[in-house]
Design a protein around this ligand. Structure first.
Ligand SMILES: Cc1cc2nc3c(=O)[nH]c(=O)nc-3n(C[C@H](O)[C@H](O)[C@H](O)COP(=O)(O)OP(=O)(O)OC[C@H]3O[C@@H](n4cnc5c(N)ncnc54)[C@H](O)[C@@H]3O)c2cc1C
Length: 395
């Protein structure tokens, strides 16, 4: 034993990328602190996918059996037309390009809880707090927390999501890195009065989609609204009242169960509103501070790959730091190894990821024809982007 002091790392954000990075860095001998603005790990939540290379990450973390047990086992995805009549029904993996029996869909909260449970005894968590200022010196990063405490870390990693404050303080406003994909999105829960079970219903007219996710036999549905907006709805992003008005006006006159969904949305306490977008940056680090997951390279929910990128990105960053004493070399090595994987997954929106939500009547007809053809195929084509990266062994 040399008795060398451990390298210290502050991770900002305790969702998916943050705890995954904390796990691997702790295993590699780092002293890890995680700061999270929420008061506790968030439970519940909409289903997210873990696929391809990310399955290997969670296997190496030892949580694959637990996640398999939490798999939401969505059995049917039914597309509906304007009046609510069935266009076609498919196995969900056929739509997503996943590998049936291998890839996973779990509640976001189940994944977060599994990751947090792995590290909570080994890593310092500061819940209900965040970073007020970061000052880099030659020796480290001086951090002032929101509660006024000050500490110095060797490295800081922002795992604070799409609208990362760490990114903002390091690289400036989000606008320069945000690629708007032309849609607004709203998610909230509502009572399962339709008696849906293990299925996903998607209603469409050109430029408008309304979905209902039934996770198992839950008495609660995840309602999701996805609608075309040529320009980012800037005012609505800032003001919850404007959000609700905008959504109600977009869905005015819609058929099927949409009026009831909109009525619930108006009073929903858990309404989540955002735009579909990606984060694209020329570099993911500056000095002693780096970004991981959505903060650095959000692919958008249209790809279904955000959680997988967060898990794989955390693994690759930890591997680079574990195999390089110098952080500059480590950050560069991580970028070199990870960028092709990120690029392939972000490109899914250009290669058809957004065609699930057509904007014109003609495009909707084409999509419906493609979905019917897919339903007739014996097996769905697997998306190579999900598994294009082979993980190196952690030392
Ligand atoms: C509606 C929706 C549907 C989605 N569907 C899918 C899907 O089907 N499949 C899929 O793979 N992905 C999906 N995603 C994307 C997925 O949720 C993200 O890609 C993934 O969660 C990224 O993980 P992350 O840890 O990088 O960031 P996040 O999960 O965004 O976590 C960021 C964390 O940082 C915390 N934080 C933020 N700011 C601060 C601060 N200043 N200080 C301290 N803490 C802070 C937040 O509270 C949060 O805990 C979806 C996303 C949305 C919004």
């Amino acid at each position: 034993m040399t008795g060398e002091p451990k390298r210290t790392v502050l991770i900002v954000g305790a969702s998916i990328a943050g705890p995954a990075l904390a796990y691997w860095l702790h295993r590699s001998g780092f002293a890890v602190t995680v700061v999270e603005k929420a008061g506790a790990p968030r439970a519940g939540g909409y289903p997210i996918d873990v696929r391809g290379t990310a399955i290997e990450v969670v296997r190496r973390m030892g949580i694959l059996p637990r996640l398999r047990a939490a798999h939401v086992d969505m059995r049917l995805c039914t597309f509906l037309d304007a009046g609510g009549s069935e266009v076609t029904s498919l196995a969900p993996h056929a739509v997503a390009g996943s590998v049936e029996g291998q890839d996973l869909e779990v509640r976001r909260g189940d994944l977060t809880a599994s990751l947090h449970g792995l590290v909570r005894d080994d890593v310092e968590f500061l819940f209900g707090n965040s970073v007020a200022t970061l000052d880099q010196t030659r020796q480290g990063v001086d951090v002032t927390f929101r509660d006024g405490r000050q500490r110095t870390f060797d490295l800081v990693v922002g795992a604070d999501g799409m609208h990362s404050q760490t990114r903002r303080s390091l690289f400036g406003p989000e606008e320069q890195f945000h690629r708007y994909l032309g849609y607004g999105i709203a998610i909230f829960t509502m009572p399962n009065t339709l008696g849906l079970s293990h299925e996903f219903l998607v209603w469409n007219t050109p430029g408008r989609a309304a979905g209902l996710y039934a996770v198992g036999d839950s008495p609660e549905l995840h309602a999701f609204l996805h609608f075309h907006q040529p320009e980012p709805p800037t005012r609505a992003l800032r003001d919850p009242v404007v959000q609700r008005e905008l959504i109600a006006s977009v869905y005015a006159g819609a058929g099927w169960e949409v009026p009831g969904i909109i009525a619930v949305m108006r009073d929903a306490e858990d309404l989540f509103f955002d735009t579909a977008g990606q984060i694209r940056m020329p570099h993911w680090s500056s000095g002693r501070v780096a970004l991981v997951g959505d903060a650095a390279y959000a692919p958008s929910f249209l790809t279904g790959q955000g959680s997988s990128l967060a898990l794989v990105g955390a693994y690759m960053l930890a591997h680079a730091l574990a195999t390089h004493d110098d952080h500059t070399a480590a950050f560069a090595a991580c970028e070199r190894a990870l960028r092709p994987f990120v690029a392939a997954n972000q490109a899914l929106v250009d290669n058809g990821g957004a065609t699930l939500f057509p904007v014109t009547a003609q495009a909707l007809e084409q999509r419906n024809a493609a979905l019917r053809a897919l339903a007739a195929l014996p097996a769905a084509p697997v998306r190579p982007a999900h598994s294009v990266l082979v993980l190196p062994e952690m030392p």
